[in-house]
Write a protein that binds this ligand. Structure first.
Ligand code: ZN
Length: 108
């Protein structure tokens, strides 16, 4: 492994803190990429995660649209919309619960 070009500011490049492996740099003492490049990559990864979650929530368009249309009728459906906006994928349990609420209330 080549020596890191950018030293870790948590352990000052030693790779250790409190006699343990530095958690921030995983004991490497730093990175070969600049903080700006890492921040940019982290942001891009976050955008990808959010897009993937929202795509997954829309994979059943019928259910997704029913949740959107009826979110004013139920706090739970509203919470699913909030989760979707935050980029959280709905779990199978949440999807089933949403379907049950929509059916039980006679919503469509
Ligand atoms: Zn470190």
């Amino acid at each position: 492994m080549t020596a890191p070009k950018f030293l870790c500011d948590r352990c000052d490049g030693t790779g250790e803190r409190f006699d343990r492996r530095c958690h921030t740099c995983k004991g490497r003492g730093g990175w070969s990429t600049s903080p700006e490049a890492r921040a940019k990559a982290a942001k891009a990864a976050k955008v990808r995660r959010i897009r993937a979650a929202q795509e997954q929530n829309r994979s059943n368009p019928g259910l997704y649209m029913a949740v959107v249309r009826n979110s004013a009728q139920s706090d739970f459906l509203k919470s699913l919309r909030t989760a979707d906006a935050r980029g959280e994928a709905w779990t199978t349990f949440q999807r089933n619960a949403a379907r049950q609420i929509i059916d039980a209330k006679g919503l469509a």
